[in-house]
Design a protein around this ligand. Sequence first.
Ligand SMILES: NC(=O)c1ccc[n+]([C@@H]2O[C@H](COP(=O)([O-])OP(=O)(O)OC[C@H]3O[C@@H](n4cnc5c(N)ncnc54)[C@H](O)[C@@H]3O)[C@@H](O)[C@H]2O)c1
Ligand SMILES: [Zn+2]
Length: 372
Amino acid sequence: MSTSDLIVHVELGSRSYDIRIGDGCLADAGEQLPRWLGAEPNLLRILIVTDSAVQVPHAETVSEQLRKAGAEVKTCSIPSGEKSKSFQQAQELYDALVEMAADRRTVVVAVGGGVVGDLAGFVAATYARGLRFVQMPTTLLAMVDSSVGGKTGINHVRGKNLIGAFHQPSGVLIDSRTLATLPDREYRSGLAEVVKYGVILDYDFFCFLENHVDALNERRSDVLRRVIARSCQLKAAVVQKDEFETTGLRAVLNYGHTFAHAFEALAGYGALLHGEAVSIGMVCASRLAEKLNRISSEDTRRQTCLLQALRLPVDVPAEIGTQHEEIVRCMMLDKKTEGRELRFVLPSCIGHVETVKGVPSALAIECLESSK
Ligand SMILES: NC(=O)c1ccc[n+]([C@@H]2O[C@H](COP(=O)([O-])OP(=O)(O)OC[C@H]3O[C@@H](n4cnc5c(N)ncnc54)[C@H](O)[C@@H]3O)[C@@H](O)[C@H]2O)c1
Ligand SMILES: [Zn+2]
């Protein structure tokens, strides 16, 4: 292991595991996996799940290294994109596991973004009542968000992530080098979630991001590793306190998301990436906090400036901004609403948020427009 690698330990009793963040560490998969799994490499049977954009640049490195170490490896590549979080793709992976006569020694390894991680994790959680699972996230969003916390799942035609299970991985191997091939919009979309962690939990981290905008825009690997590690630590700290989403503590992670889910639903498929919607949603939520006298306009300004400097959108697209009734309807459907009242996660300063109930919908609508 290189000395520049960072380790984040996720403490969940018997389900604890490590996240290792390195530069080029996928090449160590052949040594790292046997260590995490406590098994000789030649006894490991592995199903790698990846997608069509990730297979050649990254998943093949992993399969080569595991084979070299002596493991038996099979790879399944799914079409890239959200549509693959489906019953049909899950079925194909179950078929692959049956074909390889998978047993308790079999390990599912996800090499890809959140789609691959959620689908592969769900299949691992459910096949034979649970196979061991390792994540190797290759999008910034998957590195800082979806691969931490143990949520896995697929979509139902009536709703996203409706079918799922909590299933913690045995380890998460994050190679910052894989980000070199990630399309620009996908990369920036992940940065929105990174900024979110600063606003909800860590003022110093927010300042660090402000001071490293150029490095982030240039995807400088050393800065990225630090940023990924801190984001994982912050998410892990929340998950440790609310592993199964029962105490409400995990809700802080939804800052900006009540607005964002409405924008995503109304923009139509693919028009706004999740992180882009979250970026706009955080600015709206901070304005709402201002209107409720919970935060200063200076703190909203700082968030807006940082998001803009990271080349993320901060304004509600004109065609959505006028659909007031639709926006309120979507926000009411959001899982954080209780009865007919709107609920938001709102900052009281950079580094701290609270859940606020009973927000009048008219006030939320006023926040769609910038006051400049
Ligand atoms: N489980 C959780 O806690 C959790 C949290 C947040 C999001 N999610 C889920 O994550 C999914 C979104 O994840 P995502 O944003 O990673 O999307 P994604 O997996 O669709 O990846 C985005 C795009 O980038 C491509 N790609 C991935 N890595 C690449 C690389 N290194 N180089 C080139 N191309 C690459 C993919 O093929 C895809 O086209 C959603 O389904 C969402 O529900 C889950
Ligand atoms: Zn999100």
